[in-house]
Design a protein around this ligand. Structure first.
Ligand code: SAM
Length: 274
């Protein structure tokens, strides 16, 4: 069990070394509260987190009217849906990557790595979410800066990174802010900028998205401004911009320079002209 020492508390609540660019960052959505109730250390962290995110602080007894709860447990920060029979909480647990390392495809010949580019060292993940792609890229050996504009998702991500405790933590930096605002001032410009905006819904209604994806969409919306984000990325990447798209969707911007296809997704690559 990991107690919340001062450093961890800071990394969740104040995020030292993590730049915050909240001007365009999304306001926290309604219907969320931070829940206390584990031990004194968790309660102190929860109170600070609630203060920073400007969310109500509740106990199990007063939580009923909220749809989602951010719960500071002795092990990690969790986002829970607040209803009976609810599925697994959302959290950022990098130990999964360590446990599954032998089965992960980290080859530089796979579609993602080919899209990121053979001469790439630094990658900005412009739509970090809960960091699945950012951690994969870090494990492949890239130096990753993960930018996330939802305060709640960024808090989960920062919690995961602060607990990673191995080489992963040193390879991923988290910035809470909007990439359209953060990227233009990054020096030097990253070799590659990677984008994975929310997938457009499938036309077939029966194709229900995974629960965690639905929760994420509920919290952060549909990323309707992804085309504008791509335009900013194209102006500020050093070499290329990669956009992850579902195989069924058109490119975010017509005529990518190249694409690399996986089983269910496609990586559209836009070379940046010097
Ligand atoms: C589909 S999720 C990304 C999932 C991520 N690739 C992963 O592996 O976990 C899209 C995320 O991008 C974030 N986002 C969208 N536009 C953004 C922007 N302009 N700046 C920063 N974050 C953004 C959303 O808040 C959302 O969390």
């Amino acid at each position: 069990m990991v107690a919340y020492d001062d450093q961890m508390m800071k990394s969740i609540c104040e995020a030292p070394g993590v730049r915050t660019e909240p001007r365009l960052a999304k306001p926290v959505c309604k219907g969320i509260a931070v829940m206390t109730g584990f031990d004194d250390s968790c309660d102190r962290t929860a109170a600070k987190l609630a203060g920073r995110l400007k969310l109500p602080l509740v106990t199990a007894d007063t939580a009923q009217s909220f749809s989602y709860l951010l719960v500071v447990t002795p092990k990690r920060l969790e986002l829970r849906e607040n209803r009976r029979g609810m599925t697994r909480p959302i959290c950022v647990d990098t130990t999964v990557f360590r446990r599954r390392r032998s089965t992960l495809n980290l080859s530089r010949r796979q579609p993602l790595a080919r899209a990121i580019g053979p001469h790439t060292n630094t990658v900005v993940d412009a739509t970090a979410g809960i960091g699945q792609d950012a951690f994969l890229l870090a494990l492949m050996g890239y130096r990753v800066t993960a930018i996330e504009r939802s305060a709640i998702i960024a808090a989960l991500l920062q919690d995961g990174v602060s607990r990673a405790g191995d080489s992963l933590a040193g390879r991923v930096d988290v910035i809470f802010g909007d990439t359209r605002e953060v990227l233009p001032s990054m020096r030097p410009a990253p070799d590659t900028v990677y984008l994975d905006p929310m997938f457009p819904p499938k036309r077939k209604r029966s194709a229900l998205a995974k629960k965690s994806v639905r929760t994420l969409r509920d919290l952060v919306g549909d990323d309707d401004d992804a085309v504008e984000l791509l335009a900013v990325c194209l102006r500020h990447a050093a070499n290329r911009v990669v956009v992850k798209r579902p195989s069924y969707a058109d490119p975010l911007k017509p005529a990518p320079s190249a694409n690399h296809r996986g089983k269910l997704v496609r990586y559209d690559v836009y070379f940046v002209k010097p």
